[in-house]
Design a binder for this molecule. Structure first.
Ligand SMILES: *Cc1c(COP(=O)(O)O)cnc(C)c1O
Length: 382
């Protein structure tokens, strides 16, 4: 007879979208030790934990330098600021992304120039970038959306020809690989987020910048700390965008597990793809041969999303939408004058995408339940 233990109970419940608390439970002893270490040190802002994390994360990405900052949005914002990008400048961004990519540009006073994605990979389409370039263009921000690296080789070629800066939005792409190189090390600088739900998440807000550009590194180091290298000597009008010691210590505890967690995500994703690749009503994402996807999100497309989400909920499966409204149709960008139809590919993606549960602590029984529920779904085909 099967014992009614915690595990069995767990399997029969609602399949959660992501269990973030499970990472704490797995790492409880090292997390608790990290907490104690920082508390006992009496050092809470920009100390040894941040420095150690910066060294360790840079080496993990193969980048020469890393700077811990307050969050992913600030990481993007500081990079743009450090490159002197501001009013009158244009920055190319994907038309479909989480809105932070756009807000970083707008906060600098620069103008976002959206470029449509390739619908198969959901990432910016390099073939459409060149026609968006004007004499005001200063930078391109490719986003490695959902955990797959954008097609960086043609993007870097275009940037070289037009003398543009390339800033990777790697907020969803920790440890993702493109042609043998890791995300965060493919452009001139990269922004990472350690928001709790990201593949590497803190227990609060956190982020970092990686770069191999020494001059940029020095500028951002000043900018994140009131424009100062030496206390009370302010060289530029900086901000407060520092990473704290406690978050850095927690992140350090997680680093050695990240690669295994990524493999777990990849294993779940291959099970989903194998089971659903011939499903006529559910379109699974396409992975480019040149890259290793880290599956921050497993995003499929369906024709009737409300119906699909209702069907999944009836099977006890929680799904989410990343993201329901395209940035150009958000109230926040109303003044720019875009309308429905301005970026049709992005709009189609935003209308059809839905994310299935995925995460390093997902139970095998839950993976099977998601697959079975998807296989039981009948609807209009693609
Ligand atoms: C999460 C995210 C950000 C912003 O990161 P925060 O740490 O939440 O500020 C930026 N870009 C993308 C693509 C993201 O997913």
């Amino acid at each position: 007879m099967r014992a009614v233990n915690g595990r069995v109970m767990e399997e029969s419940k609602l399949v959660p979208f992501l269990d973030v608390k499970a990472t704490y439970l797995e790492l409880k002893s090292s997390m608790d030790a990290a907490y104690k270490r920082v508390m006992d040190s009496g050092h809470y802002i920009l100390g040894p934990e941040v420095e150690a994390f910066e060294r360790e994360f840079a080496s993990m990405c193969g980048s020469s330098d890393c700077l811990g900052v307050s969050n992913g949005l600030d990481a993007l914002h500081l990079i743009l600021k450090a490159y002197g990008i501001g009013p009158g400048d244009e920055v190319i961004v994907p038309s479909n992304t989480f809105i932070a990519t756009w807000l970083a540009v707008s906060f600098c006073g620069a103008t976002v120039v959206p470029v449509e994605p390739d619908i198969e990979s959901y990432n910016i389409d390099p073939k459409l970038i060149e026609r968006a370039i004007t004499e005001k263009t200063r930078a391109i921000i490719p986003v490695h959306l959902y955990g797959q690296v954008a097609d960086m080789e043609p993007i870097m070629t275009i940037a070289r020809v037009h003398n543009l800066v390339v800033i990777e939005d790697s907020a969803q792409a920790h440890l993702a690989v493109y042609k043998g190189k890791l995300a965060g090390n493919l452009g001139h600088a990269a922004a990472f987020s350690f928001y709790p739900g990201k593949n590497l998440g803190a227990f609060g807000d956190a982020g970092c910048v990686t770069t191999s550009d020494k001059a940029l590194y020095k500028k951002i180091k000043q900018l994140r700390n009131y424009g100062s290298d030496v206390k009370y000597h302010h060289l530029v009008q900086g901000t407060n965008a520092r990473l704290d010691e406690l978050q850095a210590a927690f992140l350090r505890s997680k680093l050695e597990l990240l690669s295994g967690w990524t493999q777990k995500r990849q294993n779940i994703a291959s099970q989903y793809i194998n089971a659903l690749r011939n499903h006529s009503a559910i379109k699974v994402p396409k992975v480019k041969d040149s890259s290793s996807h880290v599956w921050h999100l497993f995003v499929v497309r369906v024709k009737n999303r409300d119906r699909f989400q209702k069907h999944m909920m009836e099977h006890g499966i929680h799904t989410l939408v990343h993201y329901p409204i395209a940035p150009h149709l958000q109230e926040a960008y109303k003044s720019a004058g875009w309308r429905k139809g301005s970026f049709p590919i992005s709009e189609q993606i935003h209308d059809q995408v839905v994310s299935l549960p995925i995460g390093p602590h997902m139970l095998d029984a839950h993976v099977t339940r998601v697959i079975d529920a998807c296989l039981a779904y009948k609807d209009e085909s693609f």
